[in-house]
Design a protein around this ligand. Structure first.
Ligand SMILES: Nc1nc2c(c(=O)[nH]1)N[C@H]1C(S)=C(S)[C@@H](COP(=O)(O)OP(=O)(O)OC[C@H]3O[C@@H](n4cnc5c(=O)[nH]c(N)nc54)[C@H](O)[C@@H]3O)O[C@H]1N2
Ligand SMILES: Nc1nc2c(c(=O)[nH]1)N[C@H]1C(S)=C(S)[C@@H](COP(=O)(O)OP(=O)(O)OC[C@H]3O[C@@H](n4cnc5c(=O)[nH]c(N)nc54)[C@H](O)[C@@H]3O)O[C@H]1N2
Ligand code: SF4
Ligand SMILES: [Mo]
Length: 734
């Protein structure tokens, strides 16, 4: 018998006729993959590929990066500035000068009538670092409002707050190379294969070379959990309890690294005292992990020559987010796992430049991790910009999640939203809509004019995207990488840097402070402000050319770090290698964490936990991936994961629609039956408008003000299928 064809037809990869490859960095997640964009002879973009010489991704890209070149002229791109006097009225096209003049006048009028802080600004983790620094200069130095924050409060705020509390400063101390050295890898609420596919690929490569235990803490059987040696399906929101119980075992069995604790930390006695209350026997009833497993995991972790933890939104998006981070840091400090190869506390960042905004945007303070609360920092920046230090507030203003309630109370009257889509991404959609409707003036600055939040604006600024402009991103491992300008801005859109610079000219201090037009000149200002022996965030040795040559450099990289022959293009892989921390006495803080149960819990009326997150093919509110056919077709419809046993009990069938109802609202979703979720939980990707965030409660973490997106409760009801299908078509589908 003959198998296959007689005349074989080998697969032919069609030639895209690339004439030139241009260097950039991916603009989606924080992995920081180096991408080359292929242009044909007519300078048209035809493809993208991973850069084989880049240490981060070594030629690989995930589905989003591979198709990223398709986003430039996707539907809904903003082509002209738009204006109207009332939201919901039709927009009119306008000139940039008019849009900018109107905005500046409105800001000034609102501030004059209601005070400086009555105009708020909410930005993002998705601009270039140079743009963040410039927006900070404009906000802190010219407009002068203190109610300025980013969507990073929905994302990284707990990690930032936890790092500051434990180590005295923000900044992830580890790197991807730690996978090559670790002897135990523990992931808390992080689904690398879907959310950071190339970081996962680096981990898998390390595991193939040298086996080490992979422990995954997640209430769902995620793709990472499926590959784990030990999966801990934790009760939502209780990671602190699990970690306290692990530390209880470690200290009881004297497995801690006492020499490290004595030399480099303070507060051990307080932690020892508190974890006495968390013996595995009682802890198991709170966190849902049996006592034997807790003991086993604690022993494996503490006995490993080097152990590391990573975490993402399963920790940060919780009412115990900041405490969760502090407790992961506690675990690593007491086992001596900070600053050594394979031993670290590595927060996996979210957005492509969430790190850049933390470092340079001035959202939570002043540029370069400086504090508004610190007089010397205020003076240093004011002197450098050439303005009076008294112009700066003396402490940080409201976070994004407090700005919206302040609109409700009338404290804030005007808002400028840059590159974020709160109508889809913030908890309790109905409440967000009401707040946006209440504003006297809203400006939306986005790449897409069909972004949901724009329905409520008075002025719309169309922004250029990704390689239509130039600048840097910092990834999860502190690596600064460059996006080269590959093509001109779409239609009459403008780079965000240009928009900030033009608006600055319309404010008094904008004529005193220098606002360079070129991104590289802005970068040079940041380099200058980063210099200093005591400063870890030092980028003074970098140049755009060096960054391209190295395919990204990790900070700190100080002036002179290139060495006498000028050939060292590697920054510092790890922080705190000498056990010295940027606290007053140089010691890291061990901080006791007590658990209190303040989440909305499943109950008789709302019997299911509602968990939410992401899938690999979509990015956030789908403004980009929803319009790229090969991404969108994997999941074009809002759906939820549901356990088959729970479904059977309710009479719910696979691929039918149901209604989810919470105390806030309802949403209709398609059911996907899967054992990935336990019987008392459903999981809904948050990518769809008018879906999961109509239901979420979003209680705030007291330290970071980050919402607990992943913990609230819902009930499930059967619905008329035809009606639901119709509703679903009416919902935004591209
Ligand atoms: N494809 C894709 N990749 C992305 C993004 C995207 O939108 N799409 N977004 C980027 C951004 S901004 C971010 S922040 C990251 C997010 O990356 P991840 O945090 O990895 O992704 P999520 O799906 O939000 O949540 C991860 C897991 O947390 C679990 N979880 C829920 N509650 C708990 C809990 O109480 N404890 C624990 N331990 N786990 C819990 C959920 O079950 C979920 O599997 O992804 C980045 N990468
Ligand atoms: N229920 C639930 N809700 C969540 C989460 C969850 O896990 N569950 N996760 C939260 C997290 S971690 C995050 S990070 C947020 C994300 O929430 P958002 O920030 O609201 O989501 P995006 O869709 O990324 O919005 C970014 C916007 O910026 C635009 N944009 C992209 N590049 C540029 C640019 O260069 N310039 C300008 N001006 N605009 C640009 C895009 O078109 C898009 O409209 O969602 C949060 N919401
Ligand atoms: S892993 Fe992240 S950075 Fe890399 S290609 Fe995918 S989305 Fe882009
Ligand atoms: Mo995020």
């Amino acid at each position: 018998m003959l198998f296959g064809r007689k005349n074989k037809k080998p697969i032919v990869i069609p030639s895209k006729k690339v004439a030139e490859w241009k260097y950039t960095t991916c603009n989606y997640c924080s992995t920081g993959c180096s991408i080359e964009i292929g242009l044909n002879e007519d300078k048209k973009i035809v493809t993208t590929r991973g850069h084989a010489g880049a240490d981060v991704n070594r030629g690989k890209l995930c589905i989003k990066g591979l198709l990223e070149h398709e986003l430039f002229d996707s539907p809904g791109r903003g082509s002209e500035p738009l204006i109207r006097s009332k939201h919901y009225d039709p927009f009119e096209k306008t000139y940039w000068d008019n849009a900018l003049d109107t905005t500046a006048q409105k800001i000034k009028a609102i501030q004059k009538k209601y005070g400086k802080d009555s105009f708020a600004i909410v930005s993002t983790g998705q601009l270039m670092t140079e743009e963040f620094y410039t927006l900070g200069k404009l906000t802190r130095g010219c407009i002068g409002t203190n109610n300025y924050d980013g969507n990073t409060t929905l994302c990284m705020a707990s990690a930032v707050s936890g790092y500051k509390r434990s180590f005295g400063s923000d900044g992830p101390p580890g790197c991807y190379d730690d996978f090559e050295h670790t002897h135990c890898f523990m992931a808390f609420g992080s689904n690398l294969p879907e959310q950071h596919p190339i970081i996962y690929w680096r981990l898998k490569e390390a595991l193939e070379k040298r086996k080490f235990p992979l422990i995954v803490v997640d209430p769902r059987v995620t793709m990472l959990a499926q590959f784990a040696d030990i999966h801990l399906p934790i009760t939502p929101g209780t990671d602190c309890v699990l970690i306290n119980a692990m530390m209880h075992v470690i200290i009881n069995e004297n497995l801690q690294d006492q020499a490290y604790i004595d030399a480099h930390t303070q507060g051990f006695d307080e932690v020892r005292q508190i974890v006495k209350d968390y013996d595995p026997k009682s802890a198991q009833h709170i966190c849902g992990i049996d006592e034997d497993t807790i003991r086993t995991v604690a022993r494996i972790y503490a006995k490993a020559p080097a152990a590391m933890s990573i975490w993402t939104m399963g920790i940060n998006q919780s009412t115990h987010g900041s405490d969760g981070v502090v407790n992961i840091n506690n675990l690593n400090l007491i086992t001596g796992n900070i600053g050594k190869p394979g031993g670290t506390s590595l927060s996996i960042t979210g957005q492509c430049n969430a790190m850049g905004t933390r470092e340079w945007s001035s959202c939570s303070g002043l540029p370069g991790y400086r504090y508004l609360e610190n007089e010397a920092d205020r003076k240093e920046i004011a002197d450098y910009w050439g303005i009076d230090p008294e112009f700066f507030p003396k402490k940080r203003g409201l976070a994004e999640t407090d700005i919206f309630p302040a609109i409700e109370t009338g404290e804030i009257k005007g808002l400028w939203i840059v590159a974020t889509n709160p109508m889809t991404s913030m908890a309790n959609t109905a409440r967000i809509r009401k707040a946006l409707e209440k504003l006297d003036f809203l400006v939306v600055q986005d790449v897409y004019e069909d972004v949901e939040t724009n329905q409520y604006s008075h002025v719309y600024f169309p922004a250029s995207v990704w390689a239509e402009k130039e600048g840097c991103h910092t990834n999860t491992e502190r690596r600064v990488n460059l996006i080269a300008n590959v093509l001109p801005p779409y239609a009459n859109s403008k780079p965000d840097l240009w928009i900030f610079n033009q608006l600055a000219k319309r404010f008094e201090n904008g004529n005193i402070i220098k606002f360079p037009e070129k991104a590289e000149d802005v970068f040079n200002e940041m380099k200058f402000l980063s210099k200093g022996k005591e400063r870890n965030l030092d980028i003074s040795g970098m140049t755009y050319q060096k960054i391209i040559d190295a395919k990204g450099i990790q900070w700190p990289y100080r002036e002179g770090d290139e060495g006498p022959d000028g050939k060292n293009l590697k920054g510092q892989a790890r922080l705190y290698t000498d056990g010295k921390f940027p606290t007053k006495n140089g010691r890291a803080n061990l901080l006791p964490v007590r658990f209190y149960n303040n989440n909305e819990q499943p109950c008789k009326e709302y019997p299911f936990w509602l968990n939410s997150g992401r899938v690999v093919e979509h990015f956030h509110t789908r403004t980009r991936t929803g319009k790229i056919g090969n991404c969108n077709k994997f999941s074009p419809t809002a759906y939820m994961e549901m356990n088959p046993d729970a479904a059977k009990a309710l009479g719910v069938e696979h691929m039918t629609y149901v209604r989810l109802t919470s105390r806030r609202g309802d949403a209709v979703v398609l059911v996907q039956l899967t054992h990935r979720v336990p019987r008392n939980m459903v999981f809904v990707p948050f990518h769809y408008h008018d879906c999961v965030n109509r239901l979420t409660l979003g209680l705030l973490d007291p330290h970071s003000r980050q919402p607990a997106f992943k913990q609230c409760s819902v009930r499930i009801e059967l619905v008329d299928q035809d009606e639901a299908a119709r509703l679903n078509v009416e919902r935004r589908t591209f």
